[in-house]
Design a protein. Structure first.
Length: 232
């Protein structure tokens, strides 16, 4: 159960609440734009969850009940703590002090799986100043993610065969030759899978693999910080 909750938190963080909801291009045109990682999804649950790119994210919103923390702080803290449940996952810092948003983000800021690579890279560069290499690094989070709404016939479909271990396995499996679809097939944002009927493997102890596409992250204890000061 803890892994499914983590999936919801990470989607909530990486989709509407990261830097890509900040749109300098719109800002320069004096048009409504997002405020970045401010937790606006929790403050405006009747607006942003209905955007097409956020289909199914209402479950993520429902998974978090607002507390004394701001919405942004709550999401960031849940992400930093929750990801420690996955073997091989990095230890993330948490900084307190994100103010609550005053308005929801406009629709159309989130890249979608059917978008071209060029469109996604342009959007990520504008929203967060991300280089192509950094976009690829961010995609590594999909190694523990799943799809709930791409194929309406099935849900909780992992993107790779070991979705409970932060092992970057997704980068290898997307290079394999596709053989079929997991559900009804050929839905928007879906491609042929190399492992359409393979069940997810359970979490295992991390074993360093020197052939991983991304550099290894050194082992270190969790660090949670408040205003730049470590709590541990």
């Amino acid at each position: 159960m803890k892994y499914f909750f983590l999936h919801r938190i990470l989607r909530l963080y990486f989709r509407p609440d990261n830097g890509i909801t900040f749109f300098p291009t719109l800002q320069r045109q004096v048009k409504p734009t997002g405020g970045g990682a401010d937790g606006s999804m929790l403050i405006f649950p009747g607006v942003e969850p209905i955007f097409p790119a956020n289909n199914g994210i209402n479950n993520s919103v429902d998974a978090l009940a607002l507390h004394d923390l701001s919405a942004g702080d709550l999401i960031h803290f849940a992400r930093a703590v929750g990801i420690t449940n996955c073997p091989c996952a990095p230890r993330l810092q948490f900084f307190l002090g994100c103010p609550n948003p005053t308005a929801p983000v406009p629709d159309g800021l989130i890249p979608e799986p059917q978008d071209s690579v060029t469109k996604i890279l342009v959007r990520m560069a504008d929203g967060g100043g991300f280089s192509p290499a950094e976009v690829v690094a961010l995609l590594d989070s999909h190694t523990i993610m799943r799809s709930d709404k791409v194929d309406p016939a099935i849900s909780a479909v992992p993107f790779e065969s070991a979705p409970f271990t932060f092992d970057s396995q997704i980068f290898f499996e997307v290079l394999l030759k596709g053989t079929g679809f997991s559900g009804t097939g050929n839905d928007t944002g879906e491609v042929v899978s190399p492992l359409p009927k393979v069940k997810a493997r359970p979490s295992v102890r991390c074993v360093c693999n020197p052939t991983l596409l991304l550099p290894a992250i050194p082992e270190r204890k969790p660090v949670v910080s408040v205003e730049g000061k470590s709590l541990f």
